[in-house]
Design a protein around this ligand. Structure first.
Ligand code: SF4
Length: 473
């Protein structure tokens, strides 16, 4: 699970666009009967879910608009992972209520993780919304919209043990035409004690393998050159039917075999589940990116036990060694929580030391925020004062800044393969893209016939903590 990103000079990262408005879109809304506007908050799964919702709405005659004021239907796809994310959505809903006054027929709905948790508040107490739809109930959107149009409230927050939306072809929102998310599973069985996901997204289920490969093949045929396979815990992917059994290593291989020109990424890996088979599959295929997001959460074994992460500090460090044995150049990123219940200064120091030892390329760091209903909220006191949490957070950020600086500086002089995504936002005469190990690379266009979706060989000449600069070779 990735949540809030900290990255020195790029607060918003396309893997965790926390709180970013997400208003589409490629199609012409005027060809549709009605218009919808959608914003997504939180993790990549939410962004991916918004594309499923867009597909369902398109089937009902709704076209997307970037202009909230002209929308007939406004949807916020929400995140419950931290209190701040919930507050952001509430403020946004208050704001949208203002638009509703000028457009009386406008319907407003809340999707995703906050739906189950706060449905009563949204609907009855605060009267902010007309629709509340949980992450497994998107197929019922058409009926719920009809109910809301007739003046009732449309609510469905039931979780499912089967729903994977395997047969729904997502409508790509806000796309660069190069990279796409592909959801391979839903829910999570892990019950990390700080995490609300098992309660808001339900039990883990894996999507039918052929539909995943077909979606990736279609993306490649339409010009996309990178897919990110998404799930809360992708390494526990397991699908079977009759004699056919596919685990995550098998799925990765099938997707990698679509074409050597299709880059394959995935997220997120729970350290306990990533196997040698997955690592060897990554090593075997050049088009599977050598980048792993391996959330550690804490560097201290006692805290890890309280978090119910099911590994120790030593076990995690051995896993990192194994990754580097099999893929010496593999980049690593992580999630870290500071100030978890009862964390001592010595235990915090263990996290700092572990971060120094691993030398992550990137980290998503935040202070502990108690979420109602989680195991930690029920069992432990949130007893670390806010100022201590923040000071500890600042200390891990300092270490990560140094890690990032070193990891990026180490690229200077190397030639890397960059998948071009877009013209740089800062300069029209520069391309921006990503290296195989997920680093942002910027370089001059030089009047070549390269375009988004092309691969370029770039010699790195300069580096900040979050961007590499280079020249075409
Ligand atoms: S329970 Fe653990 S593994 Fe599952 S989504 Fe939450 S943090 Fe990730």
């Amino acid at each position: 699970m990735q949540d809030v990103l900290y990255r020195p000079d790029e607060k918003v990262h396309d893997e965790a666009r926390q709180g970013e408005a997400f208003a589409p879109f490629a199609s012409d809304p005027n060809q549709y009967r009605k218009k919808f506007y959608i914003e997504s908050y939180g993790c990549q799964m939410n962004f991916s879910d918004s594309e499923i919702v867009a597909s369902i709405l398109q089937g009902e005659g709704f076209g997307a608009t970037r202009n909230v004021e002209e929308a007939d239907l406004v949807l916020l796809n929400t995140c419950s992972i931290r209190e701040k994310a919930e507050q952001t959505v509430r403020h946004r809903l208050m704001h949208i209520k203002g638009y509703k006054k000028h457009r009386p027929g406008m319907l407003v709905g809340v999707l995703g993780c906050m739906a189950e948790r706060l449905k009563a508040k949204f609907l009855e107490e605060e009267k902010l919304v007309d629709l509340v739809i949980g992450p497994d109930a998107y197929r019922t959107l058409p009926e719920l919209i009809q109910e809301a149009e007739s003046g009732q409230k449309g609510v469905n927050v039931l979780l499912s043990r089967e729903e994977t939306y395997a047969d729904i072809a997502p409508v790509r929102l806000d796309t660069n035409g190069v990279s796409a998310f592909v959801s391979i599973m839903r829910g999570c069985n892990n019950m990390c004690s700080f995490c609300v996901v098992p309660f808001t997204r339900g039990r883990e289920r894996s999507r039918e393998v052929h539909s995943i490969v077909a979606e990736c093949q279609n993306l490649f045929d339409s010009g996309y050159r990178e897919v990110t396979l998404l799930g809360q815990n992708v390494d526990s992917y397991h699908w079977y039917a009759g004699d056919e059994t596919v685990d995550f290593a098998g799925l990765l291989e099938r997707v990698a075999l679509i074409s050597p020109l299709l880059r394959v990424r995935f997220s997120t890996s729970h350290p306990k589940d990533i196997t040698d088979a997955v690592l060897h599959t990554m090593a075997r295929y050049d088009n599977i990116c050598k980048y792993l997001h391996l959330p550690v959460q804490s560097g201290n074994t006692r805290v890890l036990q309280l978090m119910n992460r099911t590994y120790t500090r030593e076990w995690y460090l051995n896993k990192v060694r194994r990754i580097r044995e099999i893929m010496p150049g593999c980049a690593l990123s992580t999630d870290v929580i500071t100030g978890f219940c009862t964390e001592t200064e010595a235990e915090h120091q263990d996290t700092l030391n572990l971060m120094r030892e691993v030398g992550y390329d990137l980290a998503y760091m935040f202070s502990y925020s108690e979420r109602p209903g989680t195991l930690a909220a029920r069992r432990f006191a949130d007893d670390i004062p806010e100022d201590v949490k923040q000071r500890r957070l600042e200390e891990i950020i300092v270490i990560q800044n140094e890690n990032s600086r070193q990891r990026y500086q180490a690229q200077i002089g190397k030639v890397v393969t960059v998948l071009i995504e877009n013209t740089s936002k800062r300069r029209a005469d520069e391309w921006t893209g990503r290296s195989d190990d997920n680093k942002r690379v910027v370089f001059a266009k030089n009047e070549t016939d390269l375009k988004p979706g092309s691969y370029a060989q770039v010699r790195i000449t300069d580096a900040t903590q979050a961007t590499l600069r280079g020249v075409l070779v």
